[in-house]
Design a protein around this ligand. Structure first.
Ligand code: MRU
Length: 357
């Protein structure tokens, strides 16, 4: 883990959402930010499962890496019980993949660990799984730093950059995707100010994006989600950059609910709309956004604010937590393999999947 922290330090942000220390995995409890920094110990793979489900950790790449460490903890337990190790780990992987449905990085990371341990003798499973989980984490950090280099150049020399949700260090192995691009722009000396949508109902924008940017000394202003149109009309926003939970083969993007609204407003106002995501967020099995499952969460997340019901008793709420932004609204998709341009089908197939079809 020390090597990963060194890479992040060198890049300019030391914030991480998890730690692996003395053979133990800890999650920074993102439900308690910005009020307190509490680290939760995950003793079993079930602890990582509930950490993902209950949003202790969130953000597609961070969820994937957590699941990879869930597999590591699973390998340790299985070894202790002396069971038919690989088939047991296959079912643990299956359970972990079900923790949250939209972020494809979850499936990707579990399958990477399973591929790495296939055929490995029982007494070496844990060690092999750990090596793979640490590689996934390190690669994610390096990918984000590269996206920062590519994407930073696309941002304006100065002015406001809007972001939605938290696609920062907290949502990844470190450094961030969308916020990585902003960090990259600032490293180039650009005079940027981040406008952060507060992102109802979980407030990832106000609680998490504002927390991590303030910690790293990056100028940030918070706005309610519905203010972004006015900010654009007033000329305060020069570009928007968001992350992604899953990207289909045609470039349609699933991301936090409200991302689609931002993209439409950018189009209307002639503002570039960028998506930043590593190749682990692309789904070969999804031809378009119609093939991406959208998570729906408990209506209480919308109805209640600080345990107080904000609607009359008996009123119900609908709580889909992601939406699909059609590729035609996206100016470019920034990845660690380069910047993809429309028509995305071609660039995604050649640069991400390495095929020519
Ligand atoms: O529900 P969340 O907080 O997991 O949603 C997170 C997002 O929508 C992020 O923008 C996305 O996962 C990209 S994170 C680099």
């Amino acid at each position: 883990m020390q090597e990963i922290l060194e890479i992040l330090k060198e890049a300019g942000s030391e914030i991480v959402p998890f730690r692996w220390e003395d053979d133990a995995f800890y999650l920074l409890d993102q439900r308690r930010l910005p009020w307190e920094e509490t680290w939760l110990l995950c003793k079993t793979w079930e602890d990582t499962f509930s950490g993902i489900k209950e949003m202790v950790v969130r953000g597609a790449p961070a969820i994937g890496i957590t699941a990879a460490f869930g597999m590591v903890l699973g390998a340790r337990e299985v070894k202790k019980r002396g069971e038919d190790a690989f088939s047991e780990l296959l079912s643990i992987g299956q359970r972990l993949k079900e923790a949250r449905p939209t972020a494809v990085n979850l499936r990707w990371a579990v399958e990477r660990v399973l591929d790495a341990i296939k055929g490995v003798p029982g007494d070496r499973l844990y060690e092999k799984a750990l090596k793979e989980a640490l590689s996934i984490w390190k690669e994610d950090c390096k990918a984000n730093i590269l996206m920062g280099r590519f994407g930073g150049k696309l941002l304006p020399e100065k002015g406001g950059v809007l972001t939605h949700c938290n696609a920062g260090a907290l949502a990844t192995g470190g450094y961030g995707t969308a916020l990585g691009v902003i960090r990259g722009g600032i490293r180039l000396g650009k005079g940027l100010r981040v406008f952060s949508d507060e992102t109802r109902p979980w407030l990832q924008g106000s609680r998490l994006t504002c927390w991590e940017l303030s910690k790293d000394g990056i100028p940030v202003t918070l706005n309610v989600d519905s203010a972004s149109g006015l900010l654009m009309r007033r000329g305060l926003i020069k570009a928007a950059v968001v992350g992604a939970d899953r990207i289909a083969r045609n470039g349609d993007v699933a991301n936090k609910i409200g991302t689609y609204n931002v993209a439409v407003l950018c189009k209307e106002n002639g503002i570039p709309f960028y998506v930043a995501a590593p190749s682990s967020t692309f789904d070969k099995d999804a031809a378009s956004g119609d093939d991406i499952p959208i998570e729906e969460r408990d209506e209480r997340e919308v109805l209640y604010f600080s345990e107080k019901n904000m609607a009359p008793n008996g009123v119900s709420a609908y709580n889909p937590v992601f939406d699909i932004t059609p590729s035609k609204l996206i100016t470019s998709i920034i990845t660690e393999k380069g910047v993809l341009e429309p028509p995305y089908e071609r660039d995604i197939s050649s640069k991400i999947f390495g095929t020519s079809d």
